[in-house]
Design a binder for this molecule. Sequence first.
Ligand code: HEM
Length: 53
Amino acid sequence: MYPNLAGQKGLYLLKQLKAFKHKERTNPIMLSQAKGLSDQDMKDLASYFNSLR
Ligand code: HEM
């Protein structure tokens, strides 16, 4: 039910976080996660999850 993000491509993660924030991808849980994030926050998160195995 909840996707495992470890090792996912950074560009993909960044795109999904932006999509949740801008309601282009609709999910109430992820909207509440993404709405307070800056562009830099989203880049940092994408880079972090990309760095995990
Ligand atoms: C309580 C914490 C969280 C819960 C319960 C949760 C739940 C979910 C759910 C249910 C989805 C699938 C949404 C859909 O397509 O309908 C999802 C996707 C996603 N979540 Fe979260 N999430 C949480 C926290 C986070 C955090 C902190 C991040 C920060 C990176 C994050 C990043 C993502 C991303 C990038 C996706 C898209 C994954 C994909 O397309 O494969 N989530 N999350």
